[in-house]
Design a protein around this ligand. Structure first.
Ligand SMILES: Cc1cc2nc3c(=O)[nH]c(=O)nc-3n(C[C@H](O)[C@H](O)[C@H](O)COP(=O)(O)OP(=O)(O)OC[C@H]3O[C@@H](n4cnc5c(N)ncnc54)[C@H](O)[C@@H]3O)c2cc1C
Ligand code: FES
Length: 329
């Protein structure tokens, strides 16, 4: 049977029952993947024609998204002739996920409820700016956290908001000390920097969503990207603000970076904006055609902003979003 791969127009001869990701890798089709276990979403692609099965054997139940079928290639079994579309073949990132032991180097307060956690790995973890890892901080305490740096030297930086009654974050706040050993699994995630795009980048962070947005901005500037970069950083009140000096330093050194700090309530600072971060983006971007957007932070903010950006002309495929949904069990 035949598998047609769009938009690169390759036709592959495949056996019924083959795993889609295996087939793509064996045939050197450029495709991103990481966990190979259906968790990270990196290998997502679209089925344009034909039926595929879930790795478990049942016909794919993957929900239709705006009329198209998206599947995770690593969890997809080919059952008949079909056509798939792989995303942006020129933007492939392959950083196979690994499990590593890390040591806490520092843990410090950034605000009344946000901590900066620095970990050291025995050897650097290769990842794309914007990705995250699963941190195991104690028995049964595993949660995803996004890196804030670009990771060249084996150090991983995280910004973690301590949630009242949060099992993992309360443990981090109360028990984690320099020298403690943690387990890191990753990298994971698809909301990473697209280096081949030359148009405007709209980077929107809410609260500790600043971590992956900083990583993306730092990565873009370190890579010499000269795109106009518009950073919107929203927090609820002045006491929730952190990292502004890092952003201002980057903006002072790079004229292509424009910074908007947006405070929901209680702003009295003339250099900052008042209201919701989504309102600031709406006021500035009547037409965002040609831009790509990176959106990270609280789920409600990510959902509202993603909808707004689509209304302002950014296709869904060009909005790279990580909503910090609780994943605890
Ligand atoms: C891809 C991804 C990346 C993430 N990156 C980061 C990051 O860089 N920094 C960061 O701080 N968090 C990040 N998170 C969120 C993080 O993984 C945890 O969900 C969060 O730290 C809460 O864990 P917990 O064990 O303390 O709370 P849990 O014990 O899991 O939850 C306890 C209670 O608090 C509620 N709750 C959980 N999170 C919040 C919240 N943020 N606000 C209000 N109530 C909440 C839950 O619904 C539950 O009722 C990310 C999440 C995802 C999915
Ligand atoms: S590689 Fe398929 S979901 Fe992670």
């Amino acid at each position: 049977m035949e598998l047609v791969v769009s938009p690169i127009n390759r036709t592959l001869n495949v056996k019924a029952g083959a795993n889609l990701l295996d087939v793509l890798r064996q045939n050197d089709v450029p495709v991103s993947y990481s966990c190979m276990a259906g968790r990270c979403g990196t290998c997502r692609c679209k089925v344009l024609k034909g039926k595929v099965l879930e790795a478990g054997g049942h016909e794919s139940q993957t929900p239709m998204v705006t009329g198209d079928r998206f599947v995770l290639a690593c969890q997809t079994v080919l059952a008949e002739d079909c056509t798939i579309e792989i995303p942006e073949p020129d933007e492939v990132v392959v950083h196979p996920a690994r499990i590593a032991k890390a040591t806490v180097v520092a843990i410090e307060d950034l605000t009344h409820d946000v901590k900066r956690l620095l970990l050291q790995l025995p050897k650097p973890l290769s990842y794309s700016p914007g990705q995250y890892v699963q941190l195991q901080v104690g028995t049964g305490l595993v949660r995803p956290y996004s890196m804030a740096g670009v990771g060249a030297d084996g150090t991983l930086e995280f910004h973690i908001r301590i949630v009242p009654d949060g099992r993992c974050t309360q443990h981090i706040a109360k028990n984690l000390q320099p020298g403690a050993a943690l387990r890191v699994t990753g990298p994971l995630g698809t909301a990473y920097l697209r280096r081949n795009h030359a148009g405007p980048m709209i980077c929107i962070a809410g609260s500790t969503g600043l971590a992956p947005i900083l990583s993306i901005v730092r990565g873009a500037l370190a890579h010499g990207m000269t795109n106009p970069i518009h950073v919107y950083f929203g927090v609820r009140a002045p006491r929730d603000l952190y990292g502004e000096e890092w952003l201002r330093e980057l903006a002072a050194a790079h004229s292509n970076l424009k910074l908007h700090v947006v405070i929901t309530t209680g702003n009295e600072h003339p250099g900052r904006r008042s209201g919701l971060v989504t309102e600031a983006v709406a006021a500035d971007w009547a037409d965002a055609n040609g831009a790509r957007a990176y959106v990270c932070g609280p789920p409600a903010m990510v959902e509202a902003t993603t909808l707004l950006l689509q209304q302002r002309g950014v296709p869904r495929d060009h909005i790279y979003a990580d909503a910090f949904y609780p994943t605890g069990t």
